[in-house]
Design a protein around this ligand. Structure first.
Ligand SMILES: [Fe+2]
Length: 400
């Protein structure tokens, strides 16, 4: 079974390295969100469906952006029902509303759940399928149609969804989460505007930032990585480790928040080709079963997974330690790698990331492992395969 998974990873790497994946045009800096809205009119868009959530709606963030759209004679319909970890029912409802609105573009304004939901809505509406049938890697599926263009304005720095080919959709009844992975999901244009992220609560900043760090680290140690993704992942890791503590300590630190948005985008570009790994595979299951926020689940799993993967990716972790200035001339590869893991451990303590999952139950462990392995093996370039015993010990470390 592992041989088949490895063959698929070699194939995935070849395709993802050589295929000309779409890259969104990025507007960066304060004012970028307003510029993107003005630019929408210039692209010939006449009707747009804005996808967002109630929280963003209540902050008043949408009003000035929608005002710019209407000032350019663009008809706006609003779908602001997105909730964290959107499920297939919500996506289907959004797809129905997109069809009714006859919008020729979608504008997602929000965090990763909003952008993922917008991607899935377009894909579902265009392909007239149950969203659950659109999950998985596009390489192994029947070709799908491209929908209307997606424009994205992220309001959190973490998921990198604004530049990736993936969208995660939950099934609340089956208690699962599966990613749709298809280049056709990639947004056309994005605005990285830190002024929209000012004042986000410290815990949310910490969790989303740890999600971005996990993308960078898992992409860097992936068997599917190559020179371009390595450079993106290293730059992201360095920026996140320098700026995340500053952004969490002071919600108004504009430069730290702009750097985090940029780093999250770089990490997104890295993992859209190199993939993620076991941290995400397990985090998706914990999120689906116990509603643990995605970034928090990643933050709790990152150190335990890296400790298990360390023998297979020591030299790569040593490079990340070098990038952050953690090493001395006396360190060998092992101690450099250990210093990087210790640095993340200290960061988790500083960000008050809990070490235990109160809701994690012994009787769920087998299901979590089976589902995480089904997600990871053959899709993610994990540096080393875990046995079920190792995975079970990993999860038991998180039990209350
Ligand atoms: Fe993630």
């Amino acid at each position: 079974m592992y041989l088949i998974s490895r063959i698929r990873i070699v194939l995935n790497r070849f395709v993802l390295k050589n295929l000309n994946l779409p890259k969104p045009f990025c507007l960066i800096g304060v004012g970028a969100a307003a510029n993107l809205c003005s630019h929408l009119a210039a692209t010939g868009v006449q009707r747009v469906m804005v996808v967002s959530d109630k929280g963003i709606l209540q902050t008043g963030l949408l009003e000035p952006l929608i005002a710019i759209l209407t000032a350019h004679q663009i008809k706006v319909s609003l779908f602001s029902d997105v909730f964290p970890d959107p499920d297939h029912l919500l996506v289907s409802e959004g797809a129905r509303q997109l069809q009714v609105s006859q919008a020729d573009a979608v504008l997602a304004i929000g965090g990763g759940s909003v952008i993922d939901c917008a991607k899935a809505i377009i894909h579902t509406c265009t392909n007239q399928q149950d969203p659950r049938k659109l999950a998985g890697l596009w390489l192994y599926a029947w070709p799908r149609k491209r929908g209307v263009p997606l424009f994205a304005i992220p309001t959190t720095a973490g998921t990198g969804s604004e530049v990736t080919i993936a969208a995660v959709v939950s099934d609340k009844v089956a208690q699962t989460k599966m990613p749709m992975i298809d280049p056709k999901l990639t947004p056309k244009m994005v605005a990285l505007d830190a002024s929209l992220t000012l004042g986000i609560p410290a815990a949310l900043t910490a969790h989303t930032g740890m999600d971005a760090l996990t993308h960078a680290v898992e992409a860097f140690i992936s068997e599917m990585a190559f020179v371009e993704t390595d450079e993106l992942a290293r730059a992201a890791s360095r920026l996140i480790l320098q700026n995340l503590p500053l952004a969490v300590a002071d919600g108004q630190n504009l430069s730290a928040r702009q750097n985090m948005l940029y780093a999250s985008c770089l990490a997104g570009m890295a993992f859209t080709r190199a993939g993620v790994g076991y941290v995400h595979a397990f985090a998706h299951q914990l999120g689906a079963l116990y509603q643990i926020p995605h970034g928090l689940a990643n933050a709790m799993l990152l150190v335990p997974v890296l400790e298990l993967m360390q023998p297979a990716c020591n030299s790569k972790l040593a490079i990340l330690a070098y990038d952050v200035g953690l090493i001395t001339s006396n360190d060998n590869t092992d101690s450099r790698a250990q210093k990087f893991i210790d640095h993340i451990k200290a960061l988790c303590r500083q960000l008050a990331i809990p070490q235990r999952i109160e809701s994690l139950r012994e009787e769920d462990i087998n299901t979590i492992i089976s589902r995480a392995f089904a997600e990871a093996h053959g899709t993610y370039g994990v540096p080393q395969y875990l046995t079920r015993i190792e995975a079970s010990l990993l999860l038991r470390r998180l039990m209350p």
